[in-house]
Design a binder for this molecule. Sequence first.
Ligand SMILES: C[S@@+](CC[C@H](N)C(=O)[O-])C[C@H]1O[C@@H](n2cnc3c(N)ncnc32)[C@H](O)[C@@H]1O
Length: 266
Amino acid sequence: MFSFFKKKKSEVKNLVEVKIVEKEDYEDVLFVAEYFKNETGIVFDKNVGILKDKLVTFCKMRGIPSFKKLIILIETDQKIKKDFIDKLTTNETYFYREFAQIKELLKLVKQKSYSVNILCAPSSTGEESYSIAIALLEAGVSSDKFNIVGIDINESAIEKAKIAIYKERNIRNLSLEILGKYFINSEDKYILKEYVKSLVTFKTANIFNKSFTALGKFDFIFSRNMFIYFDYETKLKAKDILENMRKDDSQDIFLGHADLFINRSN
Ligand SMILES: C[S@@+](CC[C@H](N)C(=O)[O-])C[C@H]1O[C@@H](n2cnc3c(N)ncnc32)[C@H](O)[C@@H]1O
């Protein structure tokens, strides 16, 4: 009954499957490095080997045959672009990191008679912004006296920051008292209480894009452990952008210790 639809054996034999397979070409890693630097400011000069390994894995997992094709896709597909940036940024962070600077902030906030705006650029997965919120509360500063904004170029990091569920290694510097007050512990997870979460607003942003400067001016700006990924010119550019976002020109930006050495050799 279905013979009408069946092809004769001879016809099938004559069918030639034409499959165009693009040649693999993962050689021009410097071209991708340059593209990534232009987009994010991040340089891979000393780690081109690591960059190549990451990119080849990234491409093969998605069936992208060459770096040239990768760049074309990034330019046309927002999801690939997001995944590409998320893959190549380093998001290491933890609660109460370089706490001396947060202590310094507490003193400054207490001196103000008005509500202050604090920016964490970059915030990564949120630990720094929430550390500031917790430390302010611990210092007796009322929650209506501060407003914290955290931004990061890595969209997945920002999503994690909004969810605010952390692992042991993220909270390792916190005392049992602070953990008990601000987190709900469930098995190996530490879930930040909604009240603290509500004190921080997170947004995906690239500090070199206009949408970042549109966030306005801030009383205090934290920009820790990001400059280390930039070259000299980019550090100066980033510093200039952040300094222009200060309400008070005499207030220094809080940089990480490793970010402080802005000279031509790094
Ligand atoms: C190592 S984390 C630092 C997080 C936190 N400030 C700390 O010190 O723990 C560096 C972050 O910088 C972000 N980053 C790199 N370039 C950026 C850019 N152009 N704009 C915004 N964030 C950027 C990365 O996505 C990464 O999450």
